[in-house]
Design a binder for this molecule. Structure first.
Ligand code: ZN
Length: 142
């Protein structure tokens, strides 16, 4: 086989194929970036309930992995992706996995972020949102 006869074509084609599929990884990376940026700008507190979240590791809040999942920081789309919301800085906030899921698992269309936030805050005040808070979260100063 002459030098360079097959390999350049092959790698060119591979390069071409890669160009066709950048969307999912790129948007995932962007979302991860946005989540971290919002976590910082919200001082590590949930958009809905104002309590601390962890971003990379449950130990940030002194939590054990078993009880940590609801308190993980997630990227919450104010306008849901299924309703045409974009992975854009003005459409993404940082929220607990639990608060995020509770907004979207309610029957019917998701409530607006403002009304859901008001509802969560009322429930938090009356102790009905988080029924039991791990010590790492309960101890965190407001
Ligand atoms: Zn929350």
């Amino acid at each position: 086989m002459p030098i360079g006869s097959g390999c350049p074509r092959f790698s060119k084609r591979r390069h071409g194929n890669r160009l066709l599929i950048p969307e999912p990884p790129m948007s995932k990376k962007r979302l991860k970036f946005l989540r971290a940026a919002k976590f910082e700008s919200q001082s590590g507190r949930c958009f809905y309930c104002d309590l601390p979240m962890w971003l990379r590791c449950p130990s940030e809040l002194g939590l054990r992995p078993r009880s940590a999942a609801p308190f993980q920081c997630t990227a919450e789309h104010l306008v849901a992706k299924q309703d045409g919301g974009k992975d854009a800085a003005n459409n993404v906030v940082a929220a607990h996995a639990c608060c995020n899921h509770r907004r979207h698992k309610r029957p019917g269309p998701a409530p607006s972020p403002e009304s859901f936030r008001a509802l969560v805050q009322r429930r938090v005040m009356s102790g009905k949102w988080w029924t039991s808070l791990p010590p790492g979260i309960a101890r965190a100063p407001l």
